[in-house]
Design a protein around this ligand. Structure first.
Ligand code: FES
Length: 102
């Protein structure tokens, strides 16, 4: 299906570019400008941008489902301990004990 009439770009070309970008980095944010840059085209009237955004979201979602299914082991998220309380009462604010203001 022809997505961009100005540059004559089909949905297959856009999907291929999106999947190539996701193969390089699965968690990168893909925007239509990045797709056009990979295709070495320029967006002219922007009439196709909503369709390109739909393709990006659909293909990215499918790609993430694929890599989630293909990963054999599921790693548990790291346990993060709560931060320690650093302030235990009024400190000396890095002043020496002989320091007096008045
Ligand atoms: S339809 Fe894609 S730039 Fe015009």
């Amino acid at each position: 299906m022809l997505v961009c009439q100005c540059n004559v770009i089909t949905d297959r070309e856009i999907i291929r570019v999106i999947r190539d970008l996701l193969a390089a980095d699965p968690w990168q944010i893909i925007v239509p400008a990045k797709v056009y840059r990979e295709l070495e085209k320029r967006c002219k009237c922007s009439g196709c941008v909503p369709n390109v955004v739909d393709l990006i979201t659909t293909v990215t979602h499918e790609y993430h489902l694929e890599i989630a299914d293909s990963s054999a082991e599921v790693k548990a998220p790291p346990v993060v301990s709560p931060p320690r309380r650093k302030f235990k009462g009024a400190g000396h604010e890095r002043r020496s004990t002989s320091y007096r203001t008045a």
